[in-house]
Design a binder for this molecule. Structure first.
Ligand SMILES: [Zn+2]
Length: 304
């Protein structure tokens, strides 16, 4: 088995200031923790390439892609929704974030038993087909899932989203795609205020404020694992947000590193059964820097 990290230094040129929670310090915390944990020696680092308009259009309307390109300012910042601002390097970073997810799909599809983590900013799972939202411009994981289906003729891709916020954008983009099973856990009720309707390919695990990793593990075990096994994904994809950690003030769940290690291990078992070990994870949220770094290390350690 081998673990790779795809990233690009220009992801951190998307910078709305140190008061903004979605900031470059997040990626610095991950890379620092990889080094200090001693795990870095075991991981291959690869430089991401930009997603093309054609690739972005796998999940987004052409008019929306043009809108984001036109809005990208040469100076100052502009707002695409109440939470989501762009500055002059934001489009470049967003293209690299989506590109990294595609690079990661290519990497794991062309190797045996490979796992990839995309250490990327901006995140993606709130971005809808035609709407930026919640710090997200392009839906990195949905683009890469659609790419995997189109480019490698896959018929079953799992996207498991354990960010503390529901992946509303991913749900909207994949809901009519029978090739994708989307399983999302999230604090509820909470932003982005999803409804709890499930379909054959959209499974939701709402978690009460204040609950810890035990509630999450119980929900995954009793509600998801059998359905995922029956689906038998050929590729496992993960919207890996770490804002359910008890140290993270963005939300009110109380997970610990061991919970991230647990879900990483379950994902590995799923991937080993039907997907030749292939996993692609994309960073979503996670705003308490030390907890973010430690949790990413816990996840990657479970794969190594
Ligand atoms: Zn989040």
């Amino acid at each position: 088995m081998s673990v790779v990290i795809f990233s690009h230094s220009a992801c951190n040129k998307h910078n709305l200031g140190s008061d903004h929670p979605e900031q470059p310090g997040r990626l610095h915390a991950i890379f620092d923790q990889l080094l200090s944990s001693g795990l870095d020696y075991a991981i291959s680092h690869q430089t991401a390439t930009s997603a093309t308009d054609e690739q972005l259009a796998l999940a987004h309307d052409r008019a929306y892609i043009r809108h984001v390109i036109e809005k990208n300012p040469t100076e100052g910042s502009v707002w695409l929704d109440d939470d989501t601002a762009m500055m002059n390097r934001s489009l470049e970073a967003a293209r690299l974030a989506a590109g990294a997810a595609i690079n990661a799909v290519d990497w794991v599809m062309q190797r045996d038993n490979a796992q990839a983590f995309c250490a990327i900013r901006p995140p993606g799972h709130h971005a809808e087909r035609a709407q930026a939202m919640g710090f997200c411009f392009f839906n990195n994981i949905a683009i890469a899932a659609k790419y995997a289906i189109q480019h490698y003729q896959l018929s079953r891709v799992l996207i498991l989203d354990f960010d503390v916020h529901h992946g509303n954008g991913t749900e909207q983009i994949v809901k009519d795609d029978a090739h994708i099973l989307f399983c999302s856990s999230f604090e509820y009720p909470f932003y982005p205020h999803p409804d709890l309707t499930e379909t054959t390919n959209i499974l939701k695990l709402p978690l009460a404020a204040g609950s810890d990793g035990v509630a999450f593990r119980h929900g995954v075990t009793t509600k998801w694992l059998d359905k995922i096994a029956a689906f038998a994904p050929e590729l496992v994809m993960v919207s890996a947000g770490f804002d359910a950690h008890y140290e993270d003030d963005m939300a009110n769940l109380k997970w610990q590193e061991a919970d991230y290690a647990w879900i990483a291990d379950e994902l590995k078992k799923i991937a080993n059964r039907s997907a030749q070990g292939r996993i692609v994870a994309c960073l979503e949220g996670g705003y308490a820097h030390s907890a973010l770094g430690r949790s990413v290390v816990a996840m990657l350690k479970a794969w190594l």
